[in-house]
Design a protein around this ligand. Sequence first.
Ligand code: GLY
Length: 502
Amino acid sequence: MDIALRRGFIWPSFEIYGGVGGFYDFGPLGTILKNKIIQKWRDYYVFGEGFFEIDSPSVTPEEVLKASGHVDHFLDAMTECQKCGAAFRVADVAREATGKDVEGMSRHEMEQFMQEHRVRCPDCGGELGPVFDFNAMFRTTIGPGAKRVAYLRPETAQAMFIDFKRLQRHARGKLPFGVVQIGKGYRNEISPRQGIIRLREFTMAEAEVFFDPDDPHHPKFSDVASEELRLWLAGDQERGKKLLNEVTAEQAVKKKLVCNELMGYYLALTKRFLIDLGIPSGAIRFRQQTPGQRAHYSAETWDAEVSTERFGWVEVAGLAYRTDYDLSRHAKSSGEDLTVFSADKKRKVMCHVVEPSYGIDRPLYCVLEHALVQEKNRTYLRLKKDMAPIEVGVFPLISRDGLPEKALAVYEGLRGKGLMAEYDDSGSIGRRYARADEVGTPYCVTIDHQTLRDGTVTIRDRDTTRQIRVGIEKLSNVLCSLLRDEVSFMDAGEAVKKRGGS
Ligand code: GLY
């Protein structure tokens, strides 16, 4: 978090006014990293799966969210301190005090639990008041006056249900088919205390996979069938067992540990996506939500969780079997017939939905934490090369003798070739390498006196700190090949003997 704040990844929003809990800005490097995560997600879901992407408003009329169940069910149990007035989410304050999970309990049971375990205000030790429901949506009105109530969307998903008929025509009636949306979601969290992990405004990337309930088959399931999954079943959690079931995606489906083949497929795809971001497979598990934890629309939910040092296991994606809940509710509420023909055109069906829904902000935190390497002499982010916000640093060895001019020309040339390069001439060369390491820049190019003599520069590799020399005319091609792992570092140029401090 220190590096993230100091080096322009993330910082609290509205900072000069004291900040507001649950809101973070992405700085220049954080914005690039976030866009890279989004682009990779698109690579999986839009290019890989062939899903259609849409883009709809955040402001959502009340009737939509009434039909979807969010007005009545998107509730958090809260309580307030009788002494200092601080508000708390009951599940959080109970877990912090007792380590136990009260989600799924009735409000009355929660109150009893809080009394029995003498849970007090974590801020001042005061007594906590009654438990009551708080709707976590931000409410607003459309136009002047209070007549047209609306909410900021709590999920991007609803637009994909509302637009279902148009989308299904766009898919030319094919089933299954998928739609995605990437955009902001809003939840008026009661007392967000976990920095970027619990935001009130956050970026989501959601896919809705519409399928015939009699045919929950994924055409590419065989591609992921052997992917190993670590599953923590709801029943085991309820029995207090920490045991993880280690099975392949195929076994998970065959043993009916997951509801259907589509769910098995998207669990495996989620694991691949997270690994592709740079998260080690050993830090990934799938936790099945217990019935009390599930959202009102879901018959089965799996949380993809990543182990972190700072926040423990963090949910980064939720995969829900939404059945025909949303389409049926919207059909009833709007009066539109949302049934479609089955693949064999013999039956009319209300499609069922499996929804892989990802946060973008949380995986970003996990990527940074897992990339951090602290060695005796240096700290660096071992980001995957395709995730690094800056691809190459360009430095003049010293700030005289014409080296800065030459280095600026190299820098401009690399930017002109589409490489995300950063020029730095401030402080010693060792300090500049250290700064580049700290933000995960995989390669640094240094222009020195030899450059003026023979037109070659050094390239330094972040992970090994080794250096090679290459001619400027080949530099962009060499860097592109290195960034794409098409060539090994030491084969890409002439080895340079190590100099001190670099
Ligand atoms: N659409 C999933 C969620 O709202 O969490």
